[in-house]
Design a protein around this ligand. Sequence first.
Ligand code: IPD
Length: 256
Amino acid sequence: MNPGRLLEIAVAAARASGDHALMHQSRRRETLSRSPRDIKLVLDRECQTVAESVICEAIPDACILGEEGNRGAKQDTEWIVDPIDGTANFFRHLPWWCSSVAVRSGDTMVAGAVYAPEFGRLYAASVDGPATLNGQPIQVSPVTSMAETFITTGISKTSVDASRSMAVTLQLQPEVMKLRIMGAAALDLCMVAEGVVDGFYETGIYIWDVAAACLIVERAGGRTITQNHQPDGRLTCIAGTGLTFPRLRELASQTH
Ligand code: IPD
């Protein structure tokens, strides 16, 4: 299947998942489990089932890696789904949340869609096309001075990872205009792709949080890397422009 067709399916799955969450938002506090810094919602599960049914309607034996569980036998092409990224925001009715669906073939991300239903924003990219927002091409910011930049980070569930994300980004505080923490990594990364913010750093994050959005950043002219993969799947994600990416990477490598 070509990347364009895979992207159509990813877009349909992300839209279906996000629209299901939005339509049932009165049930946002229905909880499956809770731990001190984490929450699992009934709608997380339901939305992943909705996304999976869209994917499997097109590809019945699809291999799916999702925040809410895996499905299908391992194969070269894999679907990576985060049904609600920014779960805690959704739970508290903070509208900064989204659904994310990516397709990976071997080591290459070939298509990705991120849908933020409360804002009516659909970000998409395939490996052979431009990054788009609601069908219009987008580009990372052309900013040329660190003093003009906005940098975002995220606070992972584990204290060690949260401290590291803060340590890396706080070192930038004297040289940038603003630091921001918004709470949905996929959408934060789409802000980099759109040129609304200029960089993103988080450690302790998972592939489903960043897979689609990293491709969108790259196809918008930005740079991304995921590294330091841990056995439990946690990883570090850095994204930015030609200006911010090297600086974030340098700080990440110097911070222990
Ligand atoms: C979380 C969000 C948040 C990030 C956390 C993620 P979830 O994803 O992306 O911004 O800081 O590390 O776990 O759990 O809401 O899908």
